[in-house]
Design a protein around this ligand. Structure first.
Ligand SMILES: [Zn+2]
Length: 466
């Protein structure tokens, strides 16, 4: 199908959403936070919470449900189709997931307000899922409702994909929807999902806000290391017991990281080079040349280190039950995030060479995946998305990055011209600390901008200027 030429991309109208009432966003978000759409680590969830959320959405967004086609997949995965008048134009896809992670037992009372109350305090809408990812979900639907209220006609079809199990891999929701769309021959012009936002005070040596737009995702691996030995009574211990071997193996892995891949970071460094202070700032504009120094500087910063290489960290260790008995078996789970350029195979052989032949390595293939391909920063889709970001967040430097976590968007990579990860919220270290933890929130002051972002994005991509 036809791609728009650059000349066909519509300019962004700055005055578009002045008359949007942001309290509508706040109320909608509060109501969906109250639906505790929790998916547990084992993939189970309470179906009625998703039914409840579906009801709230019908109530809050009557025109969306009147004008858009609504299909469900595995009962709770939702695909909404807002059909444009020109079906030779490839559609755009806007995504956000409905599910949330549990609140860790025993931490409920640490919250400023109860986690599923959706209460507003200190200018913030608190609640599990506020930022990840119900804020985006509500902003998308508020935007579409707003446009339908004003009778906006679109030429390019807009698809809204609302998965319901992103937090456990998205296998029943977004993955199934993506596969179905691919089979129908849909080839999205671009996809926008979570996986980036406007960060303030997060990137070392950069003072200005930075709009991080994900152009790829790191891969993921769960690895189990096990060591076996004789065991026995601790009064006459042998050397090098299974516990010692495992402790030694994880310590070696910590000291022998995989090699940095500054090339993957290069687009980000070029975007930030003018704004970075210190050594990094002077060298960031020429990342390949300055690689030896930059990689050493970045290795001292946890975020920058995670952006420049595959990381691996032990998360669970076990072995032994009694203080005077040497266990015959010890193990460690190691969680790996793979940077584009490395692969599950290359990581496995690195681990093998580091831990040696006596420690058994097992990769859980069911939950592991390769890093994604890099979406283009030269495409029309990139220009549209970043043009709109720039109009909403004029003070932010726009930078591509490789998302260190995972999102449903990866299921669209193989058949879309560009997959970009960005949620239109400003976040600082406190906001980021709340995600998957205590006191997750979205700022009330972001409501207007978040909805404006999607109105302008849809306008720029799918409508024709007057
Ligand atoms: Zn999420």
């Amino acid at each position: 199908m036809a791609q728009a030429r650059a000349s066909e991309i519509q300019p962004v109208r700055a005055d578009l959403v002045d008359d949007y009432d942001p309290s509508r966003f706040v109320e909608s978000l509060q109501q969906v936070i109250r639906c505790a759409t929790v998916v547990n680590d084992d993939g189970t969830y309470d179906e009625t919470t998703f039914d409840e959320m579906a009801k709230v959405l019908v109530q809050r967004f009557p025109l969306v449900h009147q004008h858009l086609e609504r299909e469900t997949f595995n009962r709770h995965g939702v695909l909404l189709t807002w059909r444009g008048t020109k079906d030779d134009l490839d559609p755009i896809v806007l995504m956000a997931h409905q599910d949330v992670v549990p609140v860790e037992a025993g931490t409920e009372s640490d919250w400023t307000v109860p986690p599923f109350s959706g209460a507003v305090a200190d200018g913030r809408i608190y609640g599990r899922g506020a930022l990840d990812c119900k804020g985006s979900l509500i902003a998308i639907l508020e935007a579409v409702e707003y446009m339908l209220e004003r009778d906006v006609q679109i030429e390019r079809t807009v698809l809204v994909v609302l998965g319901h199990d992103e937090e456990v891999g998205g296998h029943k929701g977004a993955k199934v929807i993506a596969r179905e769309l691919e089979e129908r021959g849909v080839r999205p012009w671009f996809v926008v999902d979570e996986g980036g936002s406007v960060v303030v005070g997060i990137i070392t040596a950069v003072d200005s806000p930075v709009a991080l737009v994900g152009i790829a995702e790191k891969g993921y691996m769960d690895v189990t290391l096990t060591a076996e030995g004789e065991g026995g009574h601790s009064s006459i211990p042998p050397r090098d017991t299974p516990l010692v071997q495992i402790a030694d193996a994880v310590a070696k892995l910590d000291r022998s990281p995989m090699k940095p891949r500054i090339g993957t970071m290069a687009p980000m460094l070029r975007a930030l080079s003018g704004s970075m202070s210190g050594v990094a700032g002077r060298l960031a504009g020429r990342p390949e040349m300055a690689a030896p120094i930059l990689t050493r500087v970045f290795a001292r910063d946890n975020l920058m280190n995670a952006l420049q290489r595959t990381t691996m960290v032990p998360t669970v260790m076990s072995g032994g039950e009694k203080i005077n008995v040497i266990p015959q078996l010890a193990s460690a789970h190691v969680n790996v995030r793979i940077i584009p350029g490395d692969t599950i195979a290359s990581v496995t052989s690195h681990i093998r060479s580091v831990v040696g032949p006596d420690v058994h390595i097992e990769v859980d293939q069911d939950v592991s995946w390769e890093p994604s391909a890099l979406s283009s920063t030269e495409s029309d889709g990139w220009r549209v998305v970043t043009g709109v970001i720039g109009s909403i967040f004029p003070n932010a430097i726009i930078s591509p990055w490789v998302v260190v976590g995972a999102a449903d968007a990866r299921y669209f990579e193989e058949f879309s011209a560009g997959v970009y990860r960005f949620a239109p919220f400003e976040v600082d270290s406190e906001a980021i600390a709340g995600v998957h933890a205590t006191n997750e929130f979205v700022n009330v002051k972001d409501a207007q901008r978040a909805v404006s972002f999607f109105v302008r994005l849809i306008s720029a991509a799918a409508t024709t200027a007057d």
